[in-house]
Design a protein around this ligand. Structure first.
Ligand SMILES: [Zn+2]
Ligand SMILES: [Zn+2]
Length: 341
């Protein structure tokens, strides 16, 4: 079968001929229908310090995908051939303290599809049955493919109250934009955002953001507090940029929530922790998706057609055009790029 893989420890990925995988006990084999490109894939493509330290080539990449089950392994009773499924990329151990306490999203032994084990940018992928989430066939494969990423937005938004609240989302990468539509669907009073790229600001506005602040607005904290003198009920930080974290601490209201999903390249030293203490701000680290509450909440939103996702999917291409996809992403000229198989 054809697959997109990191073959050598250097920048780039290529199409390879790989043996078709066979199911082991507890696994299912999925024939791909669609997949989407994530920032993580770009890190692997660029071969940055994180990728070089984590990935052991050869490795088939890709962790956001959907397809149809064509084979089930020994002992699998909860999935059947023909099921339409989408990937949850975090393979958890099921026996560490976190897994036993219902906190599988922070399992100590997490293995990630397309990172630690072969992933789904391939004609076929084999994975644990639990990670193949049955998805209603009424959901388009072009959307079903990126539920792993959409789930990050749902997890972040639902980590506290949204209904009737004023929400700021910092950073309009695809997950930030997903968060805009999720917050709107959950009944937020207003959803504002920050973003430096005009291209992405436009996508956020098309997806329902009430306003997107950018460099043209000068001092962002002043501009936001002018619009919301009481401050924001919640800030969802999705940029991984220190300036946006600083902004978040300045505009979140006393007693408000600060949910952090963006990942920072370096330790942050510029935050006044006393400000967080004296204002009783709730700070949360958010990772992955809650297993499996986030999936149920997300599929409910999708099934009832409550999310605006059209503007985010800016490119649909055949998977063999992966180089074009990576370069578009690298240049920041894409929302979500979806591959067809
Ligand atoms: Zn991803
Ligand atoms: Zn575990």
């Amino acid at each position: 079968m054809k697959a997109i893989a990191k073959v050598r420890p250097e920048p780039g990925v290529e199409i390879i001929d790989a043996p078709e995988p066979t199911t082991g006990p507890g696994q299912v084999k999925v024939k791909l229908e669609a997949a989407s490109v994530c920032g993580t894939d770009l890190h692997i493509y660029n071969w940055d310090a994180w990728a070089a330290g984590r990935i052991h080539p050869p490795r088939i990449i890709g962790h956001e995908f959907c397809g149809t089950i064509v084979e089930i392994g020994e002992g699998v009773s909860e999935r059947k051939v023909g099921d339409f499924v989408a990937s949850e990329s975090h393979i958890t151990c099921g026996h560490c303290l976190q897994c036993l306490h219902g906190q599988g999203h922070v399992c100590r032994n997490t293995k990630i599809l397309g990172v630690d084990v072969d992933g789904g940018f391939a004609e076929y992928v084999v994975m644990p049955w639990l990670n193949a989430r049955v998805t209603p066939p009424s959901i388009s494969p072009l959307i079903a493919a990126f539920q792993d990423a959409l789930g990050n937005a749902v997890h972040t938004a639902t980590a506290g109250p949204i209904e009737g609240r004023n929400i700021l989302i910092t950073g309009m990468g695809p997950i930030g934009i997903f968060a805009v539509t999720v917050c709107k669907a959950l009944g937020a009073k207003s959803v504002i955002a920050t973003e430096i790229s005009p291209y992405r600001s436009e996508l956020a506005l098309k997806t329902g953001a009430d306003r997107v602040f950018g460099p043209q607005d000068g001092n962002l904290a002043e501009a936001i507090l002018k619009m919301f003198p009481e401050g924001m009920d919640a800030v969802l930080e999705m940029s991984g940029h220190p300036t946006q974290l600083e902004l978040a601490t300045k505009v979140v209201r006393p007693g408000g929530r600060l949910s952090l999903l963006g990942v920072y390249a370096n330790p942050i030293q510029s935050i006044d922790i006393n400000n967080i203490i004296f204002n009783g701000i709730e700070v949360q680290g958010i990772v992955g998706r809650k297993l499996w509450q986030t999936w149920d909440e997300m599929q409910d939103l999708l099934l009832h057609d409550r999310l605006q996702l059209d503007a985010v999917v800016t490119h649909v291409m055949h998977y063999t055009d992966f180089k074009e996809a990576m370069e578009l992403m690298k240049a920041g000229k894409a929302g979500k790029v979806v591959f067809r198989f």
